[in-house]
Design a protein around this ligand. Structure first.
Ligand code: ATP
Length: 231
């Protein structure tokens, strides 16, 4: 996305957001609460229209893009948007039928521990369980681009470890994998590239090594976030 602006009344959530993600890489997007990460992701998947700027995902403008484009893009949003009254495995099997070459649903279910709560409807799942189903839903179509909004927030350590390996494998399979996170440890473990967003702008963008430099990712983040907030 290039120069993307998004306003909500008097709030300027995105103030010229410019960054990109590449195939075969994990791009971690970091930034304080309210920095504009989710807004950026929602624009990238066509759920919101920018007030200004340009967005291209797989060469297409996501706003108003058709079903063929959407089928190439996987999305996991913070509040899930999952149907409430279905059971997880039935939901994933149903989703898998929309794609020509879906992922192996039983393998995904096993790896994410979804079989432990397979008989519970989505409505009654815990937050972390629901999140695992949402992640499986985002990846079941083997997308070429995936936007995962805080995929490990609130997950227990086992689930987090499994999600990290699934994300790494997804990128290794060629997917441009975008992950928003508040965890430096997660970004250091997963990221090929890091984008730091503060107050609707990108304040750092590069490989993990470039962004972390000699001071490390955490120190870089606080330095950039604090100076931007003060400004
Ligand atoms: N629909 C909306 N109406 C009004 N303001 C909004 C709306 N959506 C987002 N905002 C505002 O835009 C800004 C960016 O929000 P956004 O959810 O993108 O931040 P974020 O970086 O994802 O934060 P978090 O880390 O808490 O998830 C915030 O100030 C938020 O209050």
């Amino acid at each position: 996305m290039d120069g993307v602006v998004r306003r909500f009344g008097a709030v300027e959530a995105l103030r010229g957001l410019t960054w990109s993600a590449r195939s075969g890489e994990v791009t971690c997007v970091l930034g304080p609460n309210g920095a504009g990460k989710t807004t950026g992701v929602e624009i990238a998947v066509g759920l919101q229209r920018p007030d200004a700027g340009t967005v291209r995902v797989l060469g297409a403008d996501p706003w108003g893009a058709g079903a063929a484009h959407r089928a190439r893009v996987g999305v996991m949003l913070q509040d899930g948007g999952l149907p409430q009254s279905v059971r997880p495995v039935a939901l994933l099997q149903h989703l898998a039928r929309f794609w020509e070459r879906p992922a192996d649903v039983p393998a995904l279910v096993r790896r994410l521990g979804i079989e432990d709560f397979a008989r519970t409807t989505v409505r009654r799942l815990s937050g972390g369980q629901r999140q695992r189903v949402a992640l499986a839903g985002a990846l079941v179509g083997r997308p070429e681009v995936a936007f995962l909004d805080e995929p490990t927030a609130g997950l227990d350590p086992h689930a987090r470890r499994e999600v990290h390996s699934i994300i790494a494998e997804t990128a290794a399979g060629g997917c441009a994998t975008v992950v928003t996170t508040h965890s430096f440890e997660e970004a250091e473990r997963l990221a090929d590239r890091v984008v730091i967003v503060v107050a609707g702008r990108v304040v750092a963008d590069g490989t993990l090594a470039e962004v972390a430099g000699t001071e490390g990712l955490e120190a870089t983040y606080f330095r950039l976030a604090d100076s931007e907030v003060v400004r």
